[in-house]
Design a protein around this ligand. Structure first.
Ligand code: IMP
Length: 208
């Protein structure tokens, strides 16, 4: 399949998630791309109305490219837990949504990890703890063209959470073949093996 090439220059990272923006910046560093985040540009955060990673990544990429006039790269990602039928999936961030006090919402990753663990515990001590992180990257241009790339990282869930690096569900995810969680390994090592790295490798092969 041939993909449209991305010319060197400015690119919007269509995310307001600081952890994702940090990782995407690191992954883009060597490609002559000058990234700016949607948050830094004050772009609105669109409603993620899709039911697939692909749809939500496209919603975010098209919204940022339309609002900025620059090419925009969006990441929609999440955790699929085998014993939960693939949940939380596209609702991974929603499971962390918490009403702190009237009108103010926040994300509580420890609550979200606890919710996953609680559902696994209901299935007894021999429950299948395998899970995968999924990352879908959508790159959209102001003329409406878009390219989509999907990455995956298999692993298993541990409890209690371990480590302080990374973001989101990193402290409970042990990538296949390793014994440390994503939150315990050096970020450079996570960037070499993660779902985001897998999707990025496909994007790099396609558009650079
Ligand atoms: P969304 O793509 O912004 O809807 O949210 C995806 C959610 O999945 C993030 O907010 C994280 O909680 C989780 N997630 C995605 N990628 C990672 C990762 O690399 N480590 C830990 N959690 C992740």
């Amino acid at each position: 399949m041939t993909h449209r090439k991305l010319a060197p220059g400015r690119l919007v990272i269509a995310s307001h998630n600081a952890g994702k923006v940090r990782e995407i910046r690191a992954l883009l560093a060597s490609f002559g791309i000058d990234p700016v985040s949607a948050g830094d540009l004050g772009l609105p955060e669109p409603e993620e109305t899709g039911t697939t990673f692909r749809d939500n990544a496209l919603v975010k990429a098209h919204a940022s490219t339309a609002a900025s006039g620059l090419p925009a790269l969006a990441d929609d990602s999440g955790l699929e837990v085998a014993a939960l039928g693939g949940r939380p999936g596209v609702y991974t961030a929603d499971w962390a949504e918490r009403q702190w006090f009237e009108g103010e919402k926040g994300r509580d990753w420890y609550m979200a990890m606890g919710k996953v663990e609680g559902l696994l515990a209901e299935q007894g001590p021999d429950v299948d703890r395998s899970a995968a992180f999924v990352c879908t990257l959508a790159l959209a241009w102001p003329d409406g063209h878009a390219e989509v790339f999907e990455g995956r990282a298999a692993g298993s869930l541990t409890w209690p959470p371990r480590g302080t690096l990374g973001f989101g569900y990193d402290p409970v995810f042990i990538p296949a073949g390793k014994s440390l969680t994503y939150a315990e390994i050096d970020p450079a090592e996570k960037h070499a093996i993660s779902h985001r790295a897998d999707a990025f490798a496909k994007l790099v092969a396609g558009v650079f």
